[in-house]
Every structure is written in C-alpha cells, then in structure tokens.
Write a protein that binds this ligand. Structure first.
Ligand SMILES: [Mg+2]
Length: 394
C-alpha cells in the first residue's frame, strides 16, 4: 500500500450522550443540560449540551461546579446501554462503507477511504453526516486528511470553529501537502503525546504552537525528549504513517456487566470477575485462541471508566489464570467497599495457544485436559451442572 496516497476520514459524534438523550426526550433540545452523576454524589459531567457549553460547562467537570455556572442546568443520569446500542448503529453505517474502520471510542472512528469508488471525499463526508443525522438523528463532525493525526485534529478544529448554539456539524478537509501549514498555528498541546508535563517543558523552551515545534531541528528534539521527541517532531510536520487498525487485529474477547444497582460488596465483585473470566476462557478455547493481555474494566458510579491491563509472558486461555490477574488488577485500583457500576474482564493480543509440553508444563497440561473435559460437559449439560461439579471437587 502506498502510504503517501491515503485518505483518512475521522468521524466524531457531537456531544454524543446529550444528542442521544435529545432523541429520546425532544424537550431537552436547545436547553442547558448535562449527562452525568448527581452533585451530592460527587458526580462529574460526562457530556454537556451546546447550550450548557456556552456558559463554560465542560465534560469531566464536577457537576457541582457546572451547577454554579448554570444554576438551572438540567441533570440527566446516563443510560450507557442505550448509548452503546446507538454507537453500534453508527459503526454499522461506517462498516457499510468500508471494512477499514478503526473505532477509537464509543463515538469516534477512523476510516481509510483511499480505495472507495467515490473519489470525492467531501461528497462522501456530507452523505455520511446527512445519513447519520436523518436516520439516527445525531450530529457529527468529520475531518479528512492524508493521515490519522491530521484528520483527528481537523475534526477538532472544525468543531471549535463552529458558530451558533447548535451542534457544530463540522467538516474540515486538509488537502495532501498542506498538513504542516494547517497544523502550524495550532497550540502545541493539540498534538498527541503532549500532556501537561511536556506542555510545560515546551513553554519553557518558548514553544507555543505546533509550527514552533516544526521549526526546531529534529535532532535537538530527540536530544531533549527522547523517542517522544522524534514523534513530536514528525507529527508537528504533519507526518504520521500509522495504518488503520481494524477490529479483527485489535480483537479481544471480553465480558462485562452493568449492575442494575451499584455494587460495593467485595465478594460479589470477585465472584462476578471469576464468572466473567470463566466465560472468556471458554470462548477463547472454543475459537482455539489464547491471549497475552488481560484487561480489567471498571466504571464508577460517576461514569468515569478505568481500564487496567497486564501482559503475561505467555498467552493463556485458562480461566483460573485470567481470573487471578483480573482480581489482582481490581485489588490495585479499588478500595474495599468502593462502589462499582460496571465491571468487566477481557483478553487481547490473541493468537494460537501454545500447547507444547515442556518439562515443567506437566501440571498445566493436566489442568488443560481437565479444562477441556469441563468445556465438553458444559456444552452438553449447561453451566449449573458444572458449577456444582466444581464445588464438589474442591
Ligand atoms: Mg464526540
């Protein structure tokens, strides 16, 4: 593939949670409201309407502060099941255009549209925006450029440039060859990898814009910031060769549950994780896969979501190993008794399982054989029987 000739489209739904809420409750339209947790429960803003943004309300802001800015702010508690269903509909639309879709969050994706028959990116983008607006009633913004970095920043710039009280419906196209010129006037911290620390260091050096970075010799930047400096220097010049990573490549097998009521009980959470690990292990073995990375996902009552992962030295498809790692991860991020809204466990970095029988693997081979037998029994008799057998055996 010729990387020079790529056309990458980045799509981001505008104020996604709020837009979904407006489709369910049209009375909210045009009003200042926010989706998130209650101020008494130290809730934060997960998403806020454009009317609320005019008063300075922003996502991740404590709800109590948002209320001080907008005393008549309407607070809507989030319904993540609905958001995730709607997100799937949007992603299905994108997949109907091309298989080269990389979803990066619930409301954001990259598409490689280089090889689509419609060679006019603007027409394609307008059609996509109109389809999502007319059929799913959702506003979205799009950025198009020769790579992911510039396309994503183009979307952000289009959103910021929008005027009026409604959603931005931005569409920003950066022609090939114009990348560096487009980025040059933008603040340096719009680049990936520029967090508060790097940002402060850049300011010390008198660097404020992306163009300021691009003017520095690359070697100097590498000397100052190491490998990160090399990326910064390249990105500032609008260079980014990363391909679209499709779902199949980043595939993971996971299980998660949103509790109908927040759970504080340690033993309930531990039991849930064990059951999820068992199901993940079973699916892995069914697909003849094993994975090296085990990920724990927790959503707190204020909707902030945390993921923490560990990479093993060898791929696994064994539920006990998955459960053990997941439980350790939970122990590392959660205080005993701390309330949890959602919990999940997943395995990624998938490949064929390693089944060589080494000198030291006799025990694990034995447990694998037992596991295989249990799987067959489960298929035959269902979960309940096996739980009973497990208990009796231990
Ligand atoms: Mg968004």
């Amino acid at each position: 593939m010729d990387l020079m000739k790529r056309t990458i489209l980045h799509l981001d739904l505008d104020a996604f949670f709020c837009s979904v809420e407006e489709t369910r409750n049209p009375e909210l339209r045009g009003k200042p409201f926010a989706v998130g947790g209650k101020p008494k429960e130290r809730g934060v803003v997960a998403s806020c309407s454009y009317a609320a943004r005019r008063y300075g309300v922003r996502s991740a802001m404590p709800m109590s502060r948002a209320l001080r800015l907008v005393p008549n702010l309407i607070i809507v508690s989030g319904r993540h099941k609905i958001y995730s269903d709607v997100s799937k509909q949007v992603m299905a639309r994108l997949h109907s255009l091309t298989g080269l879709v990389e979803q990066i969050s619930i409301d954001e994706a990259f598409l490689d549209i280089s090889d689509l028959r419609d060679k006019n990116p603007e027409r394609l983008a307008r059609g996509l925006q109109a389809g999502i607006r007319d059929e799913l009633h959702l506003p979205s913004s799009i950025g198009i450029a020769s790579n992911k970095l510039v396309a994503k920043i183009a979307t952000e710039v289009g959103k910021k440039a929008a005027k009026g009280n409604g959603p931005p419906f931005g569409l920003t196209i950066v022609p090939a060859g114009e990348e560096a010129a487009f980025l040059a006037p933008l603040p340096a911290d719009m680049l990936w990898g520029v967090g508060p620390k790097t940002s402060a260091r850049l300011t010390e050096l008198g660097i404020y814009t992306i163009g300021d970075i691009a003017r520095w010799p690359e070697n100097e930047f590498i000397r100052l910031f190491g490998e990160n400096g090399r990326d910064l220097a390249r990105h500032a010049r609008g260079i980014d060769d990363r391909p679209i990573t499709t779902e199949r490549e980043t595939k993971s097998i996971s299980q998660e549950i949103t509790f109908s009521r927040d759970v504080r009980d340690d033993s309930v959470l531990q039991k849930t994780l064990r059951e999820q690990a068992a199901e993940v292990g079973r699916q892995l073995r069914k697909e003849h896969l094993a994975g090296v990375t085990i990920k724990l996902k927790i959503r707190w009552p204020d909707f902030t979501t945390l993921t923490k992962q560990t990479t093993l030295s060898q791929p696994t498809d064994q539920e006990k190993e998955i459960a053990e790692v997941a439980l350790n991860l939970m122990g590392a991020v959660r205080r005993s008794g701390q309330a949890v809204r959602l919990i999940g466990v997943g395995v990624s970095g998938l490949g064929p399982p390693i089944r060589q029988l080494g000198l030291w693997d006799v025990e694990s081979d034995k447990s694998r054989k037992l596991q295989d037998a249990v799987d067959i029994l489960r298929e035959k008799y269902g979960d309940k029987v096996i739980h009973k057998l497990d208990n009796e055996a231990s």
